[in-house]
Design a protein around this ligand. Sequence first.
Ligand SMILES: CC(C)(COP(=O)(O)OP(=O)(O)OC[C@H]1O[C@@H](n2cnc3c(N)ncnc32)[C@H](O)[C@@H]1OP(=O)(O)O)[C@@H](O)C(=O)NCCC(=O)NCCS
Length: 219
Amino acid sequence: MSYYVRLMRQEDVAQVTEIDREAFSTQWPPPNYQRELRNRLTHYIVVYDKEKTIDTPEVKASSEKNLTGLVARLRRLFSRNRFFSNELPPPSRHCIIGFAGLWVMADEAHITSIAVREAYRRQGIGELLLISLISLATEQKTRIVTLEVRVSNATAQTLYSKYNFTQVSVRRGYYVDNREDAILMSTENITSAPFQAHLQQLKQAHFRKWGIALSKITR
Ligand SMILES: CC(C)(COP(=O)(O)OP(=O)(O)OC[C@H]1O[C@@H](n2cnc3c(N)ncnc32)[C@H](O)[C@@H]1OP(=O)(O)O)[C@@H](O)C(=O)NCCC(=O)NCCS
């Protein structure tokens, strides 16, 4: 497989917004990823399929198509609002299949999002993103990685538990769409020997199973 991880760029925003809408449809509107990219505390990564390039006009057409109806009307209505900027940057030619974000505060790295296109799920991409975020958190000299996950999201919880995230507390009514509780999960010290040993085992198993090369995250 030819999947690679790199930092998110402005030109990825249209595809990332598409994936966000597919994965978190109830949490409308999506974050303004263009603005997120300018935030020095957040770090976004994408996974792309090197064998697939996107025909630029098609991406443009599909992102414009997704902006018809209610979104387009609201965009026109709030042309200077905080969610949308007026111009999307030219779309990326890479086919983006997943993305994830990390918010770094002192010695804590908080996972803001992680999502894989539906058509690419259960192929090790979510795991690739999580491994990359942990590596980014280590580079940023943080000590722990935390996140919130819906009580009903058993799939994501299974992924995080595999990487030794454990439940720390419950945030009652955290999600505004349906007032669902969030489970706050955290790692132990990511630089500790037991955490690193477990991580190495998982990385090797991931490589054996999926053959995805875990190279350095490029720009
Ligand atoms: C959660 C998500 C990112 C996982 O991505 P993915 O690429 O399908 O995951 P992977 O193929 O890398 O699977 C890794 C591990 O996750 C867990 N997992 C993934 N899909 C699962 C499923 N349907 N049921 C149970 N466990 C699952 C397993 O532990 C799996 O390891 P295994 O292969 O050894 O069983 C993906 O389902 C997604 O985008 N969901 C919507 C967005 C979301 O809920 N994000 C999390 C917000 S907190």
